[in-house]
Design a protein around this ligand. Sequence first.
Ligand code: FMN
Length: 137
Amino acid sequence: MNLTRLVYYSQRNPSEKLDVKELIEVCHRNNTRANLTGLLHYNGDHFLQVIEGGRAEVSAIYHRIARDIRHVNIILISCQDVRERMFPNWSMGLHEGMDGRARQIFLRYFATDDVNPETVNVDSLLDVLQDLSVELG
Ligand SMILES: Cc1cc2nc3c(=O)[nH]c(=O)nc-3n(C[C@H](O)[C@H](O)[C@H](O)COP(=O)(O)O)c2cc1C
């Protein structure tokens, strides 16, 4: 079975209530069942999420997430078949905020810590997300 990895960027919808802890619990429950793994980075304004798993499962969850009114302006950055998971131990890791350490990680791979989802290099972005997941322990 193919393994697919999808990356998107979106903006939090400030008009809708968001309980990140509750959201991650739902992710954990659903993703574990569907053998999905990944990481969600939330800096308070924007989400960056990577989801990996079977092609059909990744497609289904992406369409569900894209309809979620808690975020808007979703930009699909990448969706490709991969040989191996990058986040095998996370049903959906959460990296929240943008502290000095996170900024350092962004600056390791990018010229600035301000990611433009329209032009961002997905490989560098995945390096950032993987390093952020290491910070989670
Ligand atoms: C930024 C963002 C990321 C999300 N990621 C996931 C996810 O990885 N897995 C998941 O099941 N739901 C995710 N959701 C929630 C879904 O949109 C949806 O609310 C949820 O899957 C519904 O699950 P339920 O029918 O079990 O309540 C995400 C929502 C947002 C706003």
